[in-house]
Design a protein around this ligand. Structure first.
Ligand SMILES: [Zn+2]
Length: 442
């Protein structure tokens, strides 16, 4: 995603207005972007792939704009001096059927329609279909959502419900605040007929599930496990880093779950099948709240840090909760690791089209497993806790992880991890001299 993100300014807050009408129906939307210029700006870019763009203002004055592909170039009436705060407003029509496709674990992304509304799966670079953004995984800002719907339709977004206001004409406006800064790829905006199911996690953490009315009972068994999952992960990764959590049950055909911040979307089928697979998916998305959401990645090639950790803890949990043993899963991954290197690139060397392939999941969980075998379980646990606490609320990359692991383990792990993360061949697995890699087939 070479054009993701922009230069010359920092977003301080997005305020998004969505005037929802009906499923699969375009509607009017507005985005107000409070930003600060980090250099003098006669022109700046936003990432935008929405529908009709009506007008752009900067500090209230009409601004020039040109759309080229997914870039929206804005020319303010007067240049913005370096260091100055400025406010951009973009009025546009949003189309809640707009999607793109990837041939990897992401599949369809952007707006994901449901029978009576929508959910949003923006990862990796689909936020620009929802709102104009500085869309890069390392960049975060708080978001305020104002969502207007018919009175019988609910709306939920990341963070806290601030207010619900009945409007003349029978419509309702809900305001949500993300509470903590959020990367554009992790936004959630769910619209439909929902029940909001409130409960408590460890230390009284508010847990808010958002469930289509007719799925409340059938999904309750697995949704009710969230406090156990939180407690299990807190033992290994330290305190949960956000102010609330919950599961949004997606009434979608898309079989993809996503770690949308403070409200993971999990497709209904994941919660209506067997327990082992349901818990794997629930623990995976929850783990991302430590690694991926709280500790953001610096660049897309660091994705192995986000997905590798989520898969590692998903498998570690499943090992002691009725699933495949971690050793068996990792031995299986080890056997295929050279093939995955060949097909998908080494763990920290994805291609644009192989980003969300199996190498970033089991292939990267295997790197963490190898590290644990090398340094021992106790040191590994200290590395992990140090990683999520040191970089809490910040972006961090592969080198940051390698350096931190070396510091905590009191040994230079660069040669070891560099071979695993970038090398052309899978290194020997510490502690398992009998493990063999299958030959590569073209
Ligand atoms: Zn994931």
């Amino acid at each position: 995603m070479p054009l993701a993100g922009n230069g010359g300014y920092t977003v301080r807050r997005y305020t998004l207005d969505f005037d929802w009408q009906a499923p699969r129906t375009p509607f009017e939307a507005g985005a107000t972007i409070d930003a600060a210029a980090t250099q003098a700006l006669s022109r700046f870019d936003l990432d935008f792939a929405g529908n009709t763009l009506h007008r752009v203002t900067v500090d209230g004055a009409p601004a020039g704009f040109v759309r080229a592909g997914d870039e929206l170039a804005v020319t303010p009436a007067r240049p913005i001096p370096r260091g100055h705060a400025f406010t951009v407003h973009v009025a546009y029509t949003a189309d809640p059927t707009r999607q793109r496709h990837r041939d990897d674990a992401i599949r369809d992304y952007g707006w994901v329609p449901t029978p009576d509304g929508t959910v949003v799966c923006a990862q990796p670079d689909g936020a620009k279909m929802i709102f104009p953004a500085d869309d890069h995984p390392s960049l975060r800002a708080p978001i305020t959502f104002h969502v207007t719907t018919p009175a019988d339709i609910g709306a939920v977004a990341n963070g806290r419900l601030v207010s619900t206001t009945k409007l003349p004409g029978g419509r309702v406006e809900r305001t949500y605040d993300s509470e903590q800064p959020i990367a554009a790829q992790l936004v959630q905006l769910a619209i439909g007929r929902f029940r909001v199911v409130n409960s408590r996690g460890p230390h009284g953490l508010p847990v808010r599930d958002v469930v289509p009315d007719d799925l409340v009972g059938d999904t309750e068994e697995y949704r009710s496990l969230t406090p156990e999952h939180l407690a299990w992960l807190e033992q290994r990764l330290g305190p949960y880093p956000f102010r609330r959590y919950g599961v949004l049950v997606g009434d979608t055909e898309l079989p993809v779950a996503l770690e949308t911040q403070s409200l993971s979307v999990v497709p209904k089928d994941d919660l209506l099948g067997g327990r082992v697979q349901a818990e794997r998916n629930l623990v995976h998305e929850l783990t991302h709240h430590w690694t991926g959401d709280s500790v953001a990645i610096r660049r897309w090639s660091d994705l192995w840090l986000s997905e590798g950790h989520a898969r590692f803890y998903e498998r570690l949990y499943s090992d002691s909760h009725g699933g495949v043993s971690l050793d068996d899963a990792m031995r299986d991954a080890y056997e295929q690791h050279d093939q995955w290197r060949h097909d998908d690139g080494a763990p920290a060397e994805p291609g644009a089209g192989t980003l969300f392939k199996v190498m970033r999941y089991d292939g990267s969980a295997l790197v963490l497993y190898a590290l644990r075998e090398k340094v021992g379980a106790g040191v590994f646990e200290r590395i992990e806790k140090s990683w999520v606490s040191t970089y809490r609320g910040r972006a961090a990359g592969t080198r940051d992880f390698v350096d931190l692991a070396s510091r905590v383990a009191k040994q230079d792990l660069r040669p070891f991890l560099t071979a695993w993360l970038y090398g052309p061949h899978t290194p020997p697995m510490p502690g398992h001299p009998d493990w063999r890699v299958d030959p590569v087939e073209d």
